[in-house]
Design a protein around this ligand. Structure first.
Ligand code: GLA
Length: 754
């Protein structure tokens, strides 16, 4: 066996084996043509582990007709690669459809397969890409065709194997090869059957201001389900979930990740059946989903990015961070340190004029910011949430001379300039709505539901998409804009498009998302020099597909540092820190009313893109000087934070007094350790922060980084030389009586061998 071959087919045994550096994935075609899932996990040299399937009579289970009198062949008791409820598999299916004759039958049997170099791409939807063998990247694709021999409906199962990155992607294309239309009602992009064992499910739930909280529970009998039916991937559950052994921790144990590259309705199911088998499935939410496929039509399902770590949750996250940094977003900004921006929203909302903005930009230079971002309120009659959305023409009452005049003045100050847009939405009090009331989603004969006083444009319509591409591009083509914040501030309901017949209304949720991707392609790919940041009522649409367009996404409207600890912690399970929009804001915090030291606010914002969202004019001179130190420190270490390996050292949920995290350069020479005390105690046990991933035999210079008042404190300025072994086994002591929400920053640098 050549152990660097990502895809092998053993014709004699009918097995397919996918291999990455540390994992293996195996399937087998049975004597009757069914494709079984055999294994996913730690790498194996074996080309056939089908012995794991018990060929026993499962009492009353069905036997497909091909099996004749063989009662041991039951699909419900066998692990399936792509399941349907026909022929007796009663678990959650990969596909559900209605044939032209009204039957629900689909029995997919193996027909052929193809293996080729590089990575497949998907029509109309983002998916991971291979970097053409750059850095020796070893990527291959396997396509397996299954077909129903009666209806000639077929599916192509797509597998992208990223050998060095330890990632396997899956997607499915459904093809109606028959001669009558079918109605596709459910299509899962990936499903995996585990034949035995207890599993925990970890998912990331929340709501506006409280995104991606971490929840871990045992998968019990029945179906454990998370998902979104809000039209976007959403605040309430993230399209990323983990299944792991019950004893898996940050550093030990097996863990599987499933990330859906999709920004609309989704579902993740884990079903534990009576035989102790677990089926996991992920794809577009089947609720209000029905796609009509005429003869010859195809439907492409979004991609699931799967990874397995045998070394705990921390390693699983680092696998996702590497693939999401390297193989999802073509923007040049992914590989660059980002500007330190100051945003106008928290301090000014809708009330500003040119003078105020320029004054803010001028003072924010003292903080070290190098980009000024004008948020909501610059266009149409947008003086509140009630009017103006949709009218992307500058409000000259606020900004005489228009955007270019303001942009020029900001550029003259030596700063870059960014602008906020929310293209997918419309206020009824807008010229756009008055001239095109039919351009928003609404059910005929019913008044639409408003959210934040706005309606959602119908992106399933080509004319709406073309209008948005034209309008936004016209502003961006002025060439004065360096950054765009692309917002999306409501959930979708009243889903109906007058552009489609009644029989196609089940397609609209998905067509909306395809329209969104088309718009983003039409705007972002034609403006490679503009940095785009995603946003959705804070961090409500934070998913792999959005990362294909946005190198960074605003993580939450909650800028309170302690609240951000849990939000950023949860976000870090799948998404790299360099994608998390994070800013320093004023205290008491506008949302939580909490007061937290400036240093802690800065340190928590460095767990992200770092920037400011405040009025620097109301800060003291000393505060501004202190901020300048933070900005400078962030700049010096921006590439370590952006590209380094990330470790969660102490969870904000643990019963500890602190939360901690660490960034280590890929060569292991430098490491930043950050800690925030989340609780106080008197005369309590000592907290030792233990860094990870160091060379235990090497020595490291350990330096506390002091800012502002810290500098007078000897404790902070003392430098030590400690071995990796001491640092990882004993740790670094935090001061015993540190007040709540104090923060500590340590810089470790490996001593070169003499
Ligand atoms: C959303 C965003 C905020 C801000 C406002 C503007 O809530 O998350 O950052 O841009 O919209 O209306």
């Amino acid at each position: 066996m050549n152990d660097r071959i990502p895809v092998t087919y053993d014709a004699e045994r009918g097995t397919f084996t996918l291999r990455t550096a540390n994992t293996a994935y195996q399937m087998a075609v049975t004597e009757y043509g069914h494709l079984l899932h055999l294994y996913y996990g730690e790498t194996l040299p074996d080309n056939d582990v089908s012995y794991l399937i018990p060929r026993v009579i499962r009492s009353h289970e069905s036997n497909p007709p091909e099996a004749g009198t063989d009662r041991t062949y039951s699909l419900c008791a066998y692990p399936q690669e792509f399941s349907s409820n026909d022929a007796g598999d009663y678990r959650i299916p990969s596909i559900e459809l209605v044939n032209g004759d009204g039957s629900y039958a689909f029995v997919g049997k193996y027909v052929r397969h193809r293996i080729y170099d590089g990575k497949y791409s998907l029509d109309g939807m983002p998916s991971l890409f291979a970097n053409d063998g750059k850095d020796g990247e070893n990527v291959r694709t396997l396509e397996i065709d299954l077909e129903d021999s009666v209806t000639h409906v077929g599916v192509t199962l797509l597998y992208g194997v990223f050998f060095d990155k330890d990632v396997i992607t899956r997607s499915v294309i459904v093809r109606n090869g028959g001669d009558s239309g079918i109605r596709l009602q459910r299509i899962m992009s990936a499903s995996i059957d585990f034949t035995a064992g207890d599993l925990d499910m970890i998912e990331f739930f929340g709501h506006h201001y409280v995104e991606r909280q971490t929840d871990r529970k045992r998968v019990t009998h029945g179906i454990s389900e998370i998902g979104s039916f809000r039209g976007s991937s959403g605040h309430f559950h993230n399209p990323f979930a983990i299944l792991c052994d019950p004893d898996t921790t940050e550093e030990r144990g097996g863990a599987y990740g499933f990330a859906l590259m999709y920004s609309g309705n989704f579902v993740f199911d884990a079903e534990l059946d009576g035989y102790g088998q677990t089926r996991a499935a992920m794809g577009i939410h089947p609720k209000q989903f029905e796609f009509l496929l005429e003869p010859g039509d195809t439907f492409t399902a979004p991609e699931v990015v799967m990874a397995y770590s045998g070394e705990g949750l921390g390693k699983l996250s680092r696998i996702y961070h590497d693939i999401f940094r390297g193989n999802v977003c073509p923007s040049k900004f992914v590989g660059q340190d980002r500007p330190v921006l100051i945003n106008s929203w928290e301090p000014f909302r809708f009330t500003f004029d040119t003078q105020k903005l320029l004054e803010t930009a001028r003072i924010s230079k003292e903080l070290g910011a190098d980009m000024f971002v004008l948020d909501d309120g610059w266009f149409g009659d947008r003086d509140s949430e009630r009017a103006g959305l949709g009218d992307w023409t500058v409000n000259e009452k606020k900004l005489p001379g228009g955007i270019n005049t303001l942009a020029d003045s900001i550029h003259e100050l030596g700063m870059k300039f960014g602008l906020w847009f929310e293209p997918e939405m419309v206020n009824e009090d807008s010229d756009l709505y008055r001239s095109h009331p039919d351009w928003c989603l609404r059910v005929p004969g019913r008044a639409p539901s408003r959210s934040r006083h706005q309606l959602c444009l119908d992106l399933s319509r080509d004319d709406v998409c073309d209008h948005l591409i034209r309008t936004v591009n016209a502003i961006l083509d002025s060439g004065k804009i360096d950054y765009v914040k692309w917002d999306y501030n409501r959930y979708v309901c009243d889903v109906y498009s007058t552009a489609y017949p009644p029989s196609r209304q089940g397609e609209i949720y998905h067509r909306y998302i395809l329209g969104l991707y088309k718009i983003l392609d039409g705007i972002i790919s034609t403006h490679p020099d503009i940095l785009f940041e995603g946003c959705s009522g804070g961090g409500g649409r934070y998913d792999g597909a959005m990362l294909a367009y946005f190198p960074q996404i605003w993580c939450s409207d909650n800028t309170d540092a302690p609240a951000r600890l849990t939000i950023q912690y949860g976000t870090s399970f799948a998404y790299p820190v360099c994608t998390m929009g994070a800013h320093v804001s004023v205290c008491p915090n506008k949302r939580t009313k909490r007061t937290v030291p400036l240093k802690t606010r800065a340190l928590v914002a460095m767990h992200g893109t770092f920037g400011y969202e405040l009025d620097p004019a109301v800060m003291t001179k000393e505060e501004r000087e202190e901020c300048a130190e933070y900005t400078q420190f962030f700049r010096e270490h921006a590439s370590l934070i952006r590209t380094g390996d990330y470790y969660r050292l102490a969870s904000p949920y643990d019963d500890r007094l602190y939360t901690a995290w660490q960034f280590t350069s890929k060569d292991g020479d430098e490491s930043l350790v950050c800690a925030v005390t989340t609780d106080v105690s008197t005369n309590d046990k000592v907290s030792y922060v233990k860094p990870r991933g160091l060379d235990k035999n090497a020595f490291y210079t350990v330096r506390h980084i002091a800012f502002g008042n810290d500098k007078n404190d000897k404790e902070y300025t003392e430098e030590r030389l400690l071995s990796g072994a001491a640092l990882m086994n004993i740790g670094i002591m935090l001061p015993l009586s540190a007040p709540q929400y104090s923060s500590f920053l340590l810089f470790l640098s490996r001593k070169k061998k003499a």
